[in-house]
Design a protein. Structure first.
Length: 135
């Protein structure tokens, strides 16, 4: 299932809609500092491995890495969000995390001083269940 960043908990950033092509009603512009974050809550029916697909734009030439924490534990360090060329070109990055049954926080935190990319959404799909299973 898709979780829109503009509907998540935003720490030091803003929901914006000034660059076309996003999903939902906008995206999150992280403040340009390390430690700024967006936190989603995902409910899992059972423990398992989940594929996260993160939609984003990065109109600069440099990587805008994010750290991914699940339930407060660091899951992925410095996930790369390379340039998409302009702020209206949107791409996606995929990674895998482990979820526990019930509510899981998935926090995406800016890992560098430039802050994260403009974050549009995360799609969460079971990685070891039937194809296409949603969380
Ligand atoms: C520009 C752009 C923003 C972006 C920011 C950044 O200001 O309009 O959408 O978030 O650059 O560098 O992070």
């Amino acid at each position: 299932m898709r979780y829109e960043a503009e509907s998540a908990v935003i720490s030091e950033g803003a929901a914006e809609s000034n660059h076309a092509g996003y999903s939902g009603s906008g995206f999150v512009n992280f403040d340009n500092a390390a430690g700024t974050y967006v936190e989603f809550t995902v409910n899992a029916p059972a423990a398992g491995s989940a594929t996260l697909t993160l939609g984003y734009a990065n109109g600069t030439a440099a990587d805008r890495p994010l750290d991914i924490a699940v339930g407060g534990d660091q899951a992925v360090d410095n996930l790369a969000f390379p340039s998409t060329d302009t702020w209206t070109d949107w791409g996606s990055v995929t990674t895998t995390v482990t979820l526990k049954p019930g509510a899981n926080t998935i926090r995406t935190t800016s890992a560098a001083a430039e802050g994260g990319p403009n974050l549009d959404y995360i799609d969460v799909t079971a990685a070891d269940g039937p194809a296409g299973t949603d969380y």
